[in-house]
Design a protein around this ligand. Structure first.
Ligand code: GDP
Length: 424
């Protein structure tokens, strides 16, 4: 059976933790989109890890971790990441990389930096990992597939043709050093040797695994609101963050995705630019940021402070609907235990009218939050294992959110660890 684990909001909902928890009973975990730009933070018996490329199943001996064709594969980063976990005593994970995955080229990272520099104040807040230039090239059909590294003629011809184009941009648009073709080819040969042991016909592997009744997890990166079609365009990422895309980015039939676990955080946070209706500022935001997540809400890739806000029912209802949610995992609820009262955004006021439907970006610009204030529970709920044992106001908060978003909350996460989970 295939289960997708995806985010409803701006990312950082705690998908890594939920995937890690569910991976205990999984055989295969697949990354299907995105690249090394966002990160998952995972706390387990080996320590605390920030993963960027590897799926969150790499800590188990029994799982196979797969980089699907939809991922922006940064080969040196993948290898450094494998090393960083094995250095801390994690057994060498079983990893497969799709022969149809495309490669983040060294110049993609440079173009990302140069473009953000050029945009200055109007920049997207990119993590400068080369993701937008990578996906642009993929769809402009000038990307490099893993399989192409193994055909010298194809590789040489493409490097020759594509570097000519890139150098025009580098020289005339950005006034930066140009790319040396020979050097780039040498780098790609290194990449080929690095990736060779892991290269796999992943869609065939997964087809067989599905036939054998294996448990497969698809692990999403970021969340609905960062989807290029359904998110807050243009302040979005460059690959689809929706569970539906899991079928394409892993190479499996869409009807095989039977369960869609959408991860929703008990308050809001966002990185990068873009509208954020329930955003809070000043001391209120600083305190939530400091207490949030596991050791504060700071980007797993960049260390940037995240923007903070109250829970947004409008965005989360939409986020869950677009994912095709069967189950909601409601996370980081323990963090809210310090508050006397907890505001929840229940509507957007746009041009004098209140709506609970998430709007397109030009209308989102004008939206003002409508809040309902719920009483806090003023206790630490970490360590609680049964739903009935949660304080009454805490259960009321969960049930209020569930009613507003309209999807069942079947898991409540009350701590960063693998077993800090309450099933309902
Ligand atoms: P992801 O990208 O969706 O996996 O999310 P991140 O890893 O960026 O952010 C989630 C943060 O919250 C990480 O630091 C997790 O360790 C932490 N976390 C996840 N679930 C919980 C929870 O229920 N309680 C607390 N306190 N922290 C959590």
């Amino acid at each position: 059976m295939v289960t997708a684990v995806v985010g409803a909001n701006w990312g950082d909902e705690g998908k890594g933790k939920i995937t890690d928890t569910l991976a205990e009973k999984a055989d295969i975990i697949v990354r299907f989109q995105g690249g090394a730009n966002a990160g998952h933070t995972i706390v387990n018996d080996y320590g605390k890890f920030a993963l960027h490329t590897l799926p969150s199943g790499v800590f188990y001996g029994h799982t196979t971790s797969i980089i699907g064709n939809g991922v922006a594969l940064d080969i040196p980063k993948l290898f450094n990441e494998i090393k960083s976990i094995t250095d801390k005593g994690v057994p060498t994970p079983k990893i497969l990389v799709s022969d149809r995955a495309q490669i983040v080229m060294p110049y993609h990272v440079l173009f990302d930096q140069y473009e953000e520099e050029r945009l200055g104040k109007k920049s997207f807040g990119s993590t400068k990992s080369g993701i937008a230039p990578f996906y642009s090239d993929k769809y402009a059909k000038i990307g490099f597939q893993v399989s192409e590294l193994f055909d010298e003629d194809v590789l040489t011809e493409k490097v020759d043709r594509i570097v000519d184009m890139k150098n025009i941009m580098l020289e005339h648009m950005y006034h930066k050093p140009t790319i040396d073709k020979k050097e780039l080819l040498d780098t790609l040969h290194e990449y080929r040797d690095m990736v060779a042991p892991y290269k796999c016909d992943v869609s065939k592997f997964l087809w067989d695994a599905i036939k054998d009744g294996k448990q497969i997890l698809l692990e999403g990166q970021l969340g609905t609101l960062k989807d290029p079609d359904h998110g807050i365009y243009p302040m979005v990422t460059s690959s689809s963050t929706l569970a539906a895309y899991g079928a394409i980015g892993a190479g499996i039939p869409p009807y095989e995705i039977k369960k869609i676990v959408t991860v929703v955080k008990a308050y809001s946070s966002a990185v990068g630019a873009g509208d954020f209706v329930s955003e809070i500022f000043g001391d209120e935001a600083d305190e939530l940021r400091r207490r949030g997540g596991d050791g504060g809400e700071f980007g797993a890739t960049t260390g940037r402070p995240r923007r903070m806000g109250w829970f947004d029912c409008v965005a989360s209802k939409y986020g869950c609907r677009m994912q095709g949610t069967t189950d909601v995992a409601f996370t980081v609820l323990d963090v809210l235990g310090y508050l006397d009262e907890i505001p929840v955004c229940v509507g957007y006021e746009i041009d004098g009218e209140v709506t609970t439907d998430f709007p397109v970006t030009p209308l989102l610009n004008k939206a003002k939050p409508v809040y309902k204030v719920l009483p806090g529970w003023k206790t630490d709920i970490r360590g609680i294992k049964k739903y009935e044992d949660l304080p009454e106001n805490c259960r009321k908060y969960i049930e209020f959110v569930e009613e507003q978003i309209g999807f069942p909350i079947t898991m409540v996460s009350n701590g960063p660890g693998r077993h800090d989970i309450i099933y309902r």
